[in-house]
Design a protein around this ligand. Structure first.
Ligand code: ADP
Ligand code: MG
Length: 332
């Protein structure tokens, strides 16, 4: 199968590439053309997933297609952007029709869930890697930045944390576990649900936001630094799923929620007065801490004592720690 036939069959002809609101021109020309209104900004984000670094190789192609797009779309959610389209740069060792069919199917399922249209890409031969660029629209001045957290705000998350990190040893086949325990956690790893509608609901309410890809403590460090504030997190208030509690005892379950990556749940700051309206609208928003003057991320125990923890997420090029000392896998 030639490159052009491959593009046509698996991508240009896919249901997720058949146009949509804001897509003036999709796959087939030298560029796609996207429409944004005069009072909007175009939000753009790129994520690369490399085989053996960001996902096990080999792995299920359908699940990989789902996860790759979910990871990329989560950045639109974190910015409060409405989904528009995405491009896919695909590097493949060979053109295996069964693999491509399953991959395109997984991609399509997530594209539909995220209301994203495939508008272009590139196809090359080489070691398996995927680069997805997502495009969204956000009203001018309403994008959810990392830099606006203010002392007095509360710190919230958009749902339970730690499931994907607990799933990682299961994904890698390092731990035999009954399917009833493993399946809900594996689902959180392979098909995270980008919180796009929550992001949009946070416009005009949240003062800072991001999606948790590298672990709560590490990612909150980005809000603290960008906003020049201190974040205090009450560890007892960090929500854990029933599935996570069933698989792991304390304190391991909590450790996954605090430091594990891959959850793609939103973390955000806002005045406490906005929380009841969000919860009443059905968002699984949990207050887990507060913003104060100062700097850094500080973890508090049930008595309000500051715990001593390294608030560090995974880094591909760490300044100090050698690879052998890393405790978690790559997540960004
Ligand atoms: P060019 O050489 O002009 O960059 P290509 O031959 O790479 O164009 O691609 C032809 C068309 O197919 C373009 O519209 C491009 O965006 C699209 N395309 C190529 N690869 C992919 C892919 N993996 N997924 C979606 N669209 C793709
Ligand atoms: Mg090209």
């Amino acid at each position: 199968m030639g490159e052009f036939e491959l593009i046509r069959q698996y991508f240009a002809a896919a249901p997720c590439a058949q146009g949509g609101a804001g897509v003036v021109l999709g796959i087939g020309d030298d560029c796609a053309l996207l429409e944004v209104a005069a009072d909007e900004h175009l939000a753009v984000s790129t994520d690369t997933l490399v085989a053996g670094v960001h996902f096990p190789d080999p792995c299920d192609a359908f699940l990989l297609g789902q996860r790759a797009l979910a990871v990329a779309a989560s950045d639109l959610a974190a910015m409060g952007a409405a989904p528009l389209g995405f491009t896919l740069a695909l590097t493949l060792p060979q053109a295996d029709p069964l693999w491509l069919q399953a991959f395109a199917h997984g991609l399509g399922v997530m594209a539909q869930a995220c209301r994203l249209v495939l508008v272009g890409g590139d196809t090359t031969r080489g070691p398996l890697s995927l680069t997805l660029t997502v495009f969204g629209r956000v009203p001018r001045g309403q994008a959810l930045r990392r830099c606006g957290a203010r002392p007095g705000d509360v710190l919230c998350v958009g749902g339970a944390l730690g499931d994907a990190a607990a799933a990682l040893p299961l994904v890698l086949g390092q731990r035999p576990v009954a399917a009833t325990l493993a399946d809900p956690l594996l689902a959180r790893y392979w098909s995270p649900q980008p919180q796009l509608d929550l992001g949009i609901a946070l416009r005009g309410r949240a003062t800072a936001a991001l999606d948790i890809s590298d672990g709560l403590l590490g990612d909150c460090g980005h809000i603290a630094a960008a906003s020049a504030v201190a974040l205090y997190i009450e560890q007892e208030r960090v929500p854990l799923s029933a599935a996570l509690r069933a698989l792991l005892p304390m304190p391991e379950a909590r450790q996954c929620a605090l430091s594990g990556g891959d959850d793609y749940v939103l973390a955000f700051t806002l005045p406490a007065g906005h929380v009841p309206a969000l919860q009443a609208a059905g968002w699984p928003v949990a207050v887990i801490g507060r913003v104060e003057a100062g700097q850094g991320v500080h973890l508090l125990d049930a008595e309000g004592r500051v715990l001593n923890v390294p608030a560090q997420g995974y880094q591909h090029f760490p300044a100090t720690a050698p690879v052998s000392e890393r405790s978690s896998g790559p997540q960004d």
